[in-house]
Design a protein around this ligand. Structure first.
Ligand code: ADP
Ligand code: MG
Length: 238
């Protein structure tokens, strides 16, 4: 259902070859973390997968089918943004229901899906509030709720916790991991934070200057970093 395969994907902005050529296999249900220093191309890679940027060359397979030229809405991938992008004048209920309204679903079905998303995200008691009446973590959950109701084949997160304070970050990290355990949907999670990568990932993709340095489980990267960059970045012995 949620496999994503990149074949020789590249991205050039003007003169800058931001992604020279990436091959990558993401399996259905995996929690994959893209990690690397600021400016290494993490967001660009995620935006290519989401269809928010066009590839310069190469192919992206989503669920086994060629998705390279599909519009973002046709890829059935849910991008959860750092800035939440909630509608301030709408209640939590209406924010979560919005994509379903746009899809013209019957009201009874919308109510059911919103109730289910709210239950999974512990937002049931907050459905009538406006975003400004919520904490940062709750707003983040509403943004995730709006993604969940569309039943995406994968969730894409771009540094979703960087606006939150340290304590809340740890909390939300656990919540997102728990959500993955419940939904078992493929998740791609971008961060520059090694600890986040090591604690959340099934599979870590270490990026450096638009290249994949290594792909492996947290334990594999820790025990057998392939080069000094990975060792230095992950903080493992080499
Ligand atoms: P990261 O998310 O890892 O911090 P980005 O993917 O945002 O890195 O950026 C990677 C590189 O691509 C940076 O050098 C950035 O300046 C460049 N870049 C990103 N988007 C654009 C764009 N729309 N036009 C030109 N250069 C861009
Ligand atoms: Mg970024």
């Amino acid at each position: 259902m949620g496999s994503i395969v990149l074949k020789k994907v590249s991205k050039v902005f003007g003169e800058a070859k931001v992604i020279p050529s990436i091959d990558l296999d993401i399996n259905d249900g995996e929690f994959v973390v893209f990690v690397g220093p600021s400016g290494c191309g993490k967001s660009t890679l995620l935006r290519l997968i989401a269809g928010l940027e066009d590839v310069s060359s190469g192919q992206i397979l989503i669920d086994g089918k060629d998705g390279t030229n599909l519009a973002p809405s046709e890829r059935r991938l849910a991008m959860v943004f750092q800035s939440y992008a909630l509608y301030p004048h709408m209640s939590v209920r209406k924010n979560i229901a919005f994509p379903l309204k746009m899809a013209n679903l019957p009201q009874a079905e919308i109510d059911k899906k919103v109730a289910e998303a709210a239950r999974v995200l512990n937002l049931t008691d907050y459905l009538e509030r406006k975003p400004r009446q919520l904490s940062g973590g709750q707003r983040q959950r509403v943004a995730i709720g709006r993604a969940i109701v569309r039943q995406p084949v994968a969730f894409l997160f771009d540094e979703p916790l960087s606006n939150l304070d340290a304590a809340l970050r740890v909390n939300m990290r656990l919540e997102i991991s728990e959500l993955h355990n419940q939904l078992k949907t493929t998740m791609i999670y971008v961060t520059h934070d090694q600890v986040e990568a090591m604690t959340m990932a099934d599979k870590i993709v270490v990026l450096n200057r638009g290249n994949v340095e290594q792909v492996g489980s947290p334990l594999e990267l820790y025990r057998s970093p392939q080069n000094l960059f990975v060792a230095g970045f992950i903080g493992s012995p080499k």
